[in-house]
Design a protein around this ligand. Structure first.
Ligand SMILES: Cc1ncc(COP(=O)(O)O)c(C=O)c1O
Length: 414
């Protein structure tokens, strides 16, 4: 036997990153490490009793067998109806044909790529952007073009310049409490981006898993709703594929999310989904529906807003008190992440090794979120997962790590 499984691997596997960061981050699973790396919810606030009760209700109901049977690719109808009502109330008047349940937004991204991206297609992205999308769409041969982004998201003037010079197929946006920066794109910019996308015939994918986790300020209309408002004659024939998820508002273990889009997109993506997994777990969808119904999910989101808002405040306050003055950061009004900017010359991948080995604390280096090899002097911190005492201790340790890294960078410069 001369050929190994490595030799037999499909060419598309070469598009995946070499995984150095993944390897380093595996270390963060060790119990002695305080990790601000993962984008994980707080496990102590998972609605365990409600899930247990909902599971029993599903199994005791006359439709228990339906929950254990194969189902529709598009998803469990009561859950789709619930989502449809929510989307309509949020400014996207739609019908069941516009809603597809997927196994996490990550699957929604993968399926959107499968259905719409050809090798060499140009995709315009914020810089930095969500790494799960970069990995998923690289597999389909996407070529990413980063558009200048500031603390209010993608800059419309920069987008227009790029649209003039690059023939793009899609714009990918996480416009609300972005992963990784926590930044939100204001309404005027949303309107401008929507207008430009139509003018230059480019579709938009809006990824919105954090929009409901707002700790201050007013709710903004989604890019999907802005597009529907700007084009009242064709709201559901719109130019946006929208993704939202139950991962951050209920629990990620259910692997449940949804896509809202024009019916023909839902039809095409459903075919792609059927090839992958036939449908999302019927049982999981029936349980999630029972958990979420009768206003429970709204109440639960209120609890999360309070808890995560307090954790964000604590982390920002401690950073202000202890981090070296050369380090700056975003102040997110919601979501799960703070984005750090370190002084020039600091390499956050190297610093992470020291942070883990010597101080037992972790974050994600910014390079993981860059589509163009940038981001060396940046890092992402999560504030939702660690309880307050761990946030205090972890930030104390990180302050020492960054103190040392900034001093070293200054010495090299001198
Ligand atoms: C922007 C973004 N999109 C998609 C996902 C994937 O979420 P899900 O658990 O719904 O697959 C995440 C998860 O962190 C995310 O931050």
């Amino acid at each position: 036997m001369t050929l190994t499984w490595k030799d037999r691997a499909a060419d598309r596997m070469a598009y995946l990153q070499d995984g150095i960061i993944t390897e380093i981050l595996k270390l963060t699973q060790r119990p002695d490490i305080i990790s601000f790396a993962g984008g994980l919810p707080a496990p102590e606030f998972f609605p365990k009793a409600r899930v247990a009760e909902a599971t029993q209700r599903v199994m005791a109901s006359p439709s228990a067998s339906q929950a254990l049977q194969y189902g529709l690719t598009e998803g469990y109808i009561p859950l789709r109806e619930m989502v449809m009502a929510e989307m309509t109330a949020a400014g996207y008047p739609c019908s069941l044909d516009n809603i597809l349940i997927v196994s996490g937004s990550q699957q929604g991204l993968d399926l959107a790529g499968k259905a719409y991206i050809n090798r060499g297609d140009r995709i315009l992205v914020e810089e930095p952007t969500y790494l799960g999308m970069l990995d998923a769409w690289r597999m389909y041969g996407a070529e990413f073009v980063s558009v200048a982004t500031d603390d209010s998201g993608m800059i419309p003037e920069a987008l227009e310049q790029t649209l003039k010079s690059v023939q793009a197929k899609l714009i990918y946006l996480v416009p609300t409490f972005q992963n990784p920066t926590g930044v939100t794109t204001p309404e005027e910019r949303r309107a401008e981006i929507v207008r430009l996308a139509r003018q230059y015939d480019v579709g938009i994918v809006e990824d919105d898993p954090y929009g409901q986790l707002r700790y201050e300020g007013e709710t903004l209309p989604t890019v999907l709703a802005v597009d529907a408002r700007q084009n009242p004659d064709s709201p559901v024939g719109g130019n946006v594929i929208y993704l939202n998820s139950f991962s951050k508002t209920l629990c990620p273990g259910l692997r449940l999310a949804w896509m809202a889009a024009p019916a023909e997109v839902i039809e095409r993506v459903s075919k792609a989904k059927s090839n992958s997994d036939l449908h999302t777990s019927t049982f999981g969808q029936a349980v999630a529906y029972e958990v979420a119904r009768d206003g429970f999910i709204e109440q639960h989101i209120q609890v999360l807003r309070k808890v995560y808002g307090e954790r964000r405040d604590l982390m920002l306050h401690l950073m202000e008190d202890t981090f070296p003055s050369e380090v700056t950061w975003t102040e997110p009004a919601g979501g799960l992440f703070v984005w750090l900017r370190l002084p020039e010359g600091v390499n956050s991948v190297d610093v992470l090794k020291t942070a883990i080995q010597e101080h037992k604390v972790a974050y994600v280096p910014g390079t993981a979120f860059s589509s163009n090899g940038g981001g060396a002097a940046t890092a992402r911190l999560n504030f939702s997962n660690a309880p307050p005492d761990k946030i205090e201790e972890g930030i104390r340790r990180l302050a020492m790590v960054f103190e040392q890294a900034c001093a070293q960078a200054a010495n090299i410069k001198a």
